[in-house]
Design a protein. Structure first.
Length: 282
């Protein structure tokens, strides 16, 4: 199997982006696991495959595969990398590009400061939209995990998220709790798990760590930042535009409330290009 690829990153969340517009490329789960191996493959959190769209008003089709080979519907950091890839490879020069995912259409908008804004659509809160099978009607749910009762909130921002408000991020066992929730029977399709802290006096600054399903904890998660901001805004913990601080860096999230799109803004950049199957990297 030979193909060209571009390695990209957004706040340390890393991706391999592949142009499937000019060449038909098909992967199975084992192929993706091999490529994702950081010792024997290229290494990445997600593989992004850009394809031609046949939908009117849509520029491209956008497919996302986690490192475990599973296909998912949304990735905010990946979408920004995709936008930079489209612009730098000359696939489009439009100021705003529309791409379709498994969850529907999203918009990629270029800023004058070399950042990219992405609309992840309208957040959804109903159990069937997450989906989850938690008892009660929300917005808070109580769930026993690893012998402790967790108070959680849920939202879908193109993919399913649990948000847990904590007092100290450095004391949270992100991997253990994240894996337990992701594999819990209450979440038939798995779930991303965000641990959110808001310091006194920082009403518009959120501190976040995220366990991504199919990946583990990442340095940054774009959809996780949106999920945390949407939950914080809907609960009245903050107002207006929100800065979400993660180990990999900061993202900005804007959401005007129920029925409105959530927008994510931040940097993305190319790391290098190469060709799998031959000894050539530049």
């Amino acid at each position: 199997m030979e193909f060209k690829f571009t390695k990209m990153q957004a706040l340390g969340n890393d991706f391999v982006v592949i142009d499937g517009v000019h060449e038909a490329i098909n992967f199975n789960a084992d192929d993706i696991k091999t490529l994702a191996d950081r010792h024997r493959g290229i290494g990445f959190d997600q593989l992004l495959l850009l394809e031609t769209s046949t939908t009117p008003g849509v520029d491209f089709r956008y497919r996302i595969f986690n490192a475990d080979g599973g296909e998912v519907a949304q990735c905010g950091n990946g979408a920004r990398c995709l936008a930079v890839f489209i612009r730098e490879t000359g696939l489009s020069t439009k100021p705003e590009v529309v791409v379709e995912t498994l969850e529907g259409k999203i918009r990629l908008r270029y800023s004058s400061d070399n950042r990219v804004s992405v609309s992840l659509g309208v957040p959804r809160f109903k159990a069937l939209d997450i989906p989850h099978q938690l008892p009660g009607s929300g917005p808070y749910y109580h769930l026993d995990v690893n012998g402790a009762e967790l108070k959680i909130l849920t939202v879908n921002v193109g993919n399913p998220h649990v948000v847990i408000k904590v007092d100290h991020l450095d004391r949270v066992d992100v991997d253990s709790i994240g894996r337990a929730l992701n594999s819990h029977s209450a979440f038939p399709e798995g779930v991303n798990v965000g641990f959110l802290n808001i310091n006194p006096g920082e009403s518009n600054i959120l501190h976040l760590r995220v366990f991504e399903r199919g990946v583990g904890e990442t340095l940054a998660c774009g959809s996780g930042a949106c999920a945390a901001a949407v939950i914080a805004l809907s609960q009245g913990w903050c107002q207006g535009k929100v800065t979400v601080k993660q180990p990999g860096g900061d993202l900005e999230v804007s959401w005007e409330g129920e029925g409105h799109e959530v927008w994510l803004t931040g940097p993305a950049e190319k790391v290098y290009s190469g060709q799998w199957g031959v000894n050539s990297v530049n």
